[in-house]
Unconditional design. Structure first.
Length: 338
């Protein structure tokens, strides 16, 4: 899991880094067909301007960022994910043939294997709350962080809006030589705009509907803080009343941490549960595992829907997820939490 991890156990890696450089060969594959020759520069989410003499071609990317680049025709030579690439929502339906898989667990990256790919760019989101790129945050194995020494690292800020995130990766792809005017890209944007219009209509029809984003875990119930969740900030700006928890963890402000005895501190009309595959996502499952889950009236009523936590990076995926949320809003009873 990335910076939104509620519970994390980190084990040591055995990668050894010595005498490595970030130079790639221009004759190698892995670049967009129309990549420019350079010089190249891009303003990272941290505010730093990253410059190279030639346009990067051999790219290693974190899973969501890889999916964004691939949607523009840029195929990385390597990808590291926070879970199995078979279950990672970013990578579903993507052809990973020829892409080296460098990690399938948060905090664990095979840096030796990454070095052998001779990357000339690492692409990873910038997390402002942690001041780190994906895969290089606090808690990651120190040897895994050395992937940042193989090549320049750039990424778009995981900040205030998924729309801004998607636009940022479109700009990055364009700088790397991608054609961002293809019919498929235009179709995805149109589909998103249509999904957004329908979503706004649904929220406007239920102005009293209250919502909380939650991630049930064995030890605690985590309530998401929209301040650090761009998709939740988007939902709020589009009319959905997503609750802001009163007491986010000062050391890790992505969540307010509730004991299961206090699971009913908030009583929303609709629960958005953490939709990543490593969570138990069935409402009934959590009712059996933690009976106090059903002290939340919305959970008792079955008023729950998957929330696309962390992983969204493209207009196409956003459109699909908005459609699902719209149906849940239409079906929700704004009096459940009363």
């Amino acid at each position: 899991m990335q910076a939104w991890r509620p519970v994390l156990a980190v084990a040591a890696l055995s990668a050894v880094l010595a005498g490595l450089t970030g130079c790639g060969s221009d004759s190698d594959t892995g670049d967009a067909a129309a990549a420019a020759s350079g010089p190249w520069s891009f303003t990272d989410g941290s505010g730093q301007v990253v410059k190279t003499d030639k346009t990067p071609k051999r790219i290693i990317a974190h899973a969501g960022e890889a999916a964004a680049l691939m949607s523009f025709g840029i195929k990385p030579v390597g990808v590291y994910a926070d879970e199995s690439v078979k279950t990672d929502l970013n990578l579903k339906n993507l052809d990973l043939t020829g892409i080296e898989i460098l990690g399938e667990e948060w905090g664990k990256i095979d840096v030796e294997k990454a070095a052998a790919l001779r990357p000339d760019l690492i692409v990873a989101d910038w997390w402002p709350a942690e001041k780190a790129h994906s895969g290089m945050e606090e808690g990651v194995d120190e040897k895994s962080k050395k992937i940042g020494e193989l090549a320049p690292v750039v990424g778009v800020t995981y900040g205030k809006s998924i729309v801004a995130l998607a636009d940022g990766y479109e700009n990055l792809a364009k700088s790397l030589g991608a054609d961002v005017s293809s019919p498929q890209i235009a179709a995805n944007k149109k589909r998103f705009e249509e999904a957004l219009a329908t979503f706004k209509q649904a929220t406007a029809a239920k102005p009293g509907l209250t919502v909380a984003a939650m991630s049930p875990a064995t030890e605690k119930l985590y309530v998401a803080n929209p301040e650090h969740a761009p998709e939740l900030l988007d939902f709020q700006s589009w009319g959905l009343k997503v609750l802001n928890p009163a007491s986010p963890d000062p050391a890790f402000p992505y969540w307010e941490n509730l004991s299961w005895e206090n699971a009913d501190k908030y009583q929303p009309d609709l629960i958005l549960w953490d939709g990543r595959s490593f969570t138990l996502t069935a409402n009934a499952e959590w009712g059996k595992k933690q009976p106090t889950w059903f002290k939340i009236k919305a959970a008792k009523a079955g008023a729950t829907v998957s929330w696309p936590t962390v992983w969204l990076h493209s207009y196409g995926d956003y459109a699909t997820e908005l459609d699902k949320l719209t149906e849940a809003v239409k079906a929700a009873d704004p009096n459940v939490g009363n």
